[in-house]
Design a protein around this ligand. Structure first.
Ligand SMILES: Cc1cc2nc3c(=O)[nH]c(=O)nc-3n(C[C@H](O)[C@H](O)[C@H](O)COP(=O)(O)O)c2cc1C
Ligand SMILES: C=C(O[C@@H]1CC(C(=O)O)=C[C@@H](OP(=O)(O)O)[C@H]1O)C(=O)O
Length: 390
């Protein structure tokens, strides 16, 4: 599969086209809207989230609730667009209108794409950078990930993104019975964290950052279970699925780190503390006694739950001004802003889940075929039987 997204933060809508989704997959707008609503929730977001009510419109590739195998087009409207029609319109402006228009953006924010984007694309109005570099785009990435999750669900693969850390507050991890349970508990928390005591302290940390005009980052975890052995491959660098997942996660706005399983901690431990011993029984076939490597060896899944961590830096737009330099006057200034999120880690957990779901579903179809669900199911059932009896 492949997908493209288009659209600006304050333009009329975001669009995604997905190509390569098999035919005969049951797919409805509700399957997607559920995840769009999850992404909009989460403590610490700014006023924009009160304006938007993200809902998808499907305009191709689905008929009567089933995919046809043709490209699927997804649209999500920006409600905020009505306030920006003049500033964001595609038509050239009259001179008078240009005078009227809010002034150009010439003051780059440290930590955002503004300055590099302006120099690279030679824009004297950095709105041309801001609009597309905004994480508003993650709306349709979540919509695309929702389609991937519908594919995975056909094979009982559940996936959930939740929050492990915000600032210096760390969640206590519990052993839960299922990914479904992880989802239920984390969704009940305003910061998408399964530890109620840590949730309260995370909210306090977000409030404190906001009160100081500052922002705060954190770490999210995505877990997927029932993933068959052998998605991805060891034979070539660009087929290693852990590498593809890392790219997907690091492409999310403000994500600066990714770990699979123990991740960086593995470098500090001995081999005997890291590698997962192999066992076998009649019912399960081969399995591992532990899952320190997060379900991956040799760029392939090993049948254990896939565990991915992503680290998000603090939001760059701050109420507390940081020093920067105006690109027209070259004068130093202290940035001031109108609105921003102070923490988007709970929302980003849903985006990270979507990124991992996409890579897993794509690798799944690489292994089991991609034309029609019936064929894929036959291949899957035959392979699972062989893997169990191997
Ligand atoms: C869900 C989400 C919401 C975000 N909200 C904001 C925001 O309100 N203000 C802001 O400056 N950055 C926000 N960001 C982060 C910026 O989009 C990001 O830092 C910027 O695109 C620069 O890219 P980089 O941080 O990956 O280098 C958000 C990121 C995510 C994932
Ligand atoms: C719109 C979303 O996130 C936006 C991401 C973002 C940024 O700079 O990345 C800046 C803010 O937008 P605005 O400047 O319009 O308030 C966030 O609200 C969203 O997540 O749907």
């Amino acid at each position: 599969m492949r997908f493209l997204t288009a659209g600006e933060s304050h333009g009329p809508e975001l669009t995604a086209i997905i190509e390569g989704v098999p035919s005969q997959l049951p797919l409805t707008v509700e399957d997607i809207n559920e995840h769009l609503a999850r992404r909009q929730k989460g403590y610490g977001r700014g006023r924009r989230m009160q304006i938007e009510k993200d809902q998808v419109r499907i305009t191709s590739g689905v008929r009567h609730g089933k995919t046809t195998g043709a490209p699927i087009t997804l649209h999500v409207e920006n409600k905020d667009w009505t306030h920006w029609t003049k500033i964001m319109g595609a038509e050239p402006l009259t001179e008078e209108e240009e005078q009227d228009m809010k002034r150009k953006i010439t003051r780059p924010r440290p930590g955002h794409a503004d300055l590099n984007g302006a120099i690279k694309y030679r824009h004297r109005d950095m709105r041309n950078v801001l609009e597309r570099s905004s994480a508003r785009e993650t709306t349709v990435r979540v919509a695309v990930g929702a389609v991937a999750q519908v594919i995975l669900k056909q094979f009982n693969i559940d996936i959930c993104g939740h929050v492990l850390e915000i600032g210096d507050v760390v969640s206590n991890q519990k052993d839960l019975d299922s990914v479904q349970e992880l989802k239920e508990i984390s969704e009940a928390s305003e910061v998408r964290c399964i530890d109620p005591e840590a949730s309260e302290r995370m909210k306090q940390a977000i409030d404190d950052a906001k009160q100081n005009g500052d922002s705060i980052g954190g770490i999210v975890e995505v877990v997927a279970n029932n993933v068959p052995i052998g998605l991805g491959s060891f034979v070539h660098y660009d087929r290693k699925l852990d590498g593809k997942i890392a790219q997907g996660v690091l492409s999310i706005n403000a994500f600066k780190g990714v770990e699979i399983g123990l991740g960086f901690e593995a470098a500090r431990l001995k081999g005997s503390q890291v590698h997962d011993e192999i066992a076998h029984d009649e019912e399960r076939g081969f399995f591992r006694k532990s899952n320190r490597l997060g379900g991956f060896e040799g760029g392939m899944t090993n049948g254990m739950p896939v565990v991915v961590h992503g680290a998000m830096k603090p939001i760059p737009t701050l109420y507390k001004p940081l020093q920067s330099v105006d690109i027209d006057t070259k004068e130093a200034f202290s940035a001031s802003i109108e609105r921003s999120d102070s923490c988007a880690v709970p929302a980003a957990a849903v985006v990270c889940e979507a990124a991992v779901a996409w890579e897993l579903a794509d690798a799944f179809l690489d292994k089991f075929g991609s034309d029609t669900m019936d064929d894929i199911k036959k291949h899957y059932d035959a392979y699972m039987k062989e893997a169990r009896e191997f």
